[in-house]
Design a protein around this ligand. Sequence first.
Ligand SMILES: Cc1ncc(COP(=O)(O)O)c(C=O)c1O
Length: 386
Amino acid sequence: MIYLDNAATSFPKPEPVYRGMEDFVRASGANPGRGGHRRAVEAEAMINDTRRLLARLLGCARPERIVFGHNATDGLNMAIKGVLRQGDHAITSVLEHNSVSRPLNRIEKDGVITLTRLPATADHLIDPDEVARAFRNNTRLVALTHASNVTGTIQPIAAIGRIARERDALLLVDAAQSAGVVPIDFDNDRVDLLAFTGHKGLLGPTGTGGLVVGERVTVRPWREGGTGGDSTRPVQPEEFPHRLEGGTPNVFGIAGLREGARVLLKRGVETVLPHERGLIRVFLTSLKRPERLSWYGADRVIADRNGEGRVGLVSTNVAGFAPAEVGAILDEQFDIAVRPGLHCAPYAHQHLGTFPQGTVRLSVGILTTADDMRQAAVALDEITAS
Ligand SMILES: Cc1ncc(COP(=O)(O)O)c(C=O)c1O
């Protein structure tokens, strides 16, 4: 199968990820910290080593501020529900995944916050000036995606971080599509909270991810419980990472994520985006009839056959076919896996005019090859010719 659904989860994983998980499950497999025996200490050390590697990848000087959870959704919920209080105002955008929109919508509906949802520009970007204009006296949080999972556009988070910092508000970045793909500088870009998922660009298994918490942020823990350490305190300890890490972590998953992070650090994250853009370019230049497809969020990519400012995904539609039909044809007749539909981002599709059917999304990863892209182009040419 040609796998072009890496924006959903990266597949296959690099070999060391599989090996790292198996070795850990067989050789150690203990509950970190809890026992005080050698294997428990080893598990704790492995998790802390993973924190250090992720801190290097994400530009965060304090590894203990990297909190593990289940995925990006978990990190986003921890941040949104742990930071916003009664009477606060939050700013978000139409480009968000439901893992940002739904928690915000929920607490808005419950009367806790007021919410401004910014439109995107014709280039599918969030304009920092619009963000600045949306501020109110009670704005506590700006919650934005770093790279849209529908249009692929990379948002100007450093400029928005500056604006939020000047106004004493917090910037929460959803890095689900960018961590491990776009170089991230958490400290210098003035990001306060960054949610990451371990199973996409970071190359780890599903069930891994979490939140990076900046030093000026106070996040109320919502998942409280055992931390494997001091059990005498009646409530969750204040210290990071335990403050937000109640319960046994996904030790096996984190063992895989550690290897994913090592692969990326060895290769250099700065090489990933050029590789992905190169693949998108191969796909677009291999298509015989690109004009027979509609392109969403890839206007410039099509115009100059370049992918500047975008991660490695394209959204398209074939006239006369529902996105789900194209997805099924690619799967059943060409053995190509893509993702049709709304991609959990209904507002983004409203912005594109593709709601409620959505688009067909092709997304590449570090193990995708140029030949995969040429075959995808042949398949789409055959569909548009039919
Ligand atoms: C932009 C964006 N945010 C958040 C998520 C949620 O990630 P997870 O399912 O790992 O929680 C995704 C996943 O597709 C995404 O693309």
